[in-house]
Design a protein around this ligand. Structure first.
Ligand code: NAP
Length: 260
């Protein structure tokens, strides 16, 4: 299936690693021009070299100035923006016991740049009739405990999917969200290493995933993103989809038992 993404300029925040890197690879393979905006520029440049096309803009996305500059640099270099994948984020575990300023800092890391980049890219997206795709988290639906800032940010992302889809429909801009549950990425790997028995945790997590008792791969998330970016989903907007092996919506307790 030709997704007609050739030469589409797509900003991918945090596109150097993990799910973002999967998106960078898939968009490049589809002939699009991935623009990685985020930290770890050396890793990003290596990835873009492997992909054979694209660009890297180093940015700390908690800074409004960095967000504004990233949009300006993309427009100076390519003259247009066809879409943004808001992928950068971190489950930073800010609990109710922590200070309000820690909560605000978590929002700054997880949702501030989603609004800010979209704000500065709006005219370009209107011109291209572009797309916005958010990478949310199961935590917005299921909760996790002791991670108020992240849960609030991803919940806001889901709400903004509906709000922006409605707001921007008049400009033919589609807004959708992809929700990962369990994906082995550098972020996940670093976090799981802090546990006493990482392998036990991974085995238990996989047991709770109804479909094939395995984690979703970064490319499986990226393929869903590419479909939502493409004109094959031309009338799909305001949707929140879950390529998660059934983690969020199917009965996880039932999933651990062999049936059928
Ligand atoms: P990852 O492996 O840490 O990769 C994220 C990339 O984004 C990294 O390159 C990171 O920079 C960059 N980044 C994060 N915050 C940034 C900021 N403020 N400014 C600039 N760059 C920033 O993460 P991942 O697991 O692929 O997660 C990607 C997205 O999926 C996140 O929004 C996460 O919440 C969501 N998600 C992941 C899972 C999962 O199972 N992995 C589950 C649910 C949702 P560094 O190179 O400095 O780390």
């Amino acid at each position: 299936m030709d997704l007609n993404l050739t030469d589409k300029v797509v900003i991918i925040t945090g596109g150097a690693k993990g799910i973002g890197a999967g998106c960078t690879e898939v968009f490049a393979a589809e002939g699009a021009i991935p623009v990685i905006v985020g930290r770890s520029p050396d890793v990003g440049r290596e990835l873009i070299e492997q992909c054979g096309r694209g660009h890297v803009i180093e940015a700390e996305l908690t800074s409004e100035e960095a967000c504004k500059n990233a949009i300006e640099e993309t427009l100076e270099k390519f003259g247009k923006i066809d879409g943004i994948v808001h992928n950068a984020g971190i489950n930073d575990g800010v609990s109710l016991r922590q200070k309000p300023e820690d909560f605000m800092a978590s929002l700054q890391k997880n949702i501030f740049h989603v609004f800010t980049l979209t704000h500065y890219a709006l005219d370009a997206l209107i011109e291209s009739k572009g797309f916005i795709i958010n990478i949310s988290s199961k935590v917005a639906d299921t909760g996790q405990g002791a991670t108020s800032g992240y849960a609030a940010s991803k919940g806001a992302m889901n709400s903004l999917t509906r709000e922006w889809a409605l707001d921007l429909a008049k400009h033919s801009i589609r807004v959708n969200t992809v929700v990962p549950a369990e994906v082995m990425t550098p972020l996940y790997e670093n976090w799981v290493k802090t546990l006493d028995d990482p392998q036990k945790f991974i085995d238990e997590a996989c047991a709770r995933i109804p479909f094939e008792h395995r984690m979703t791969t970064a490319h499986e998330i990226a393929n869903a993103v590419a479909f939502l970016a493409s004109d094959k989903s031309a009338h799909t907007t305001g949707q929140i989809i879950y390529p998660d092996g059934g983690y969020v919506h199917l009965d996880r307790a039932y999933g651990t038992v062999e049936k059928g």
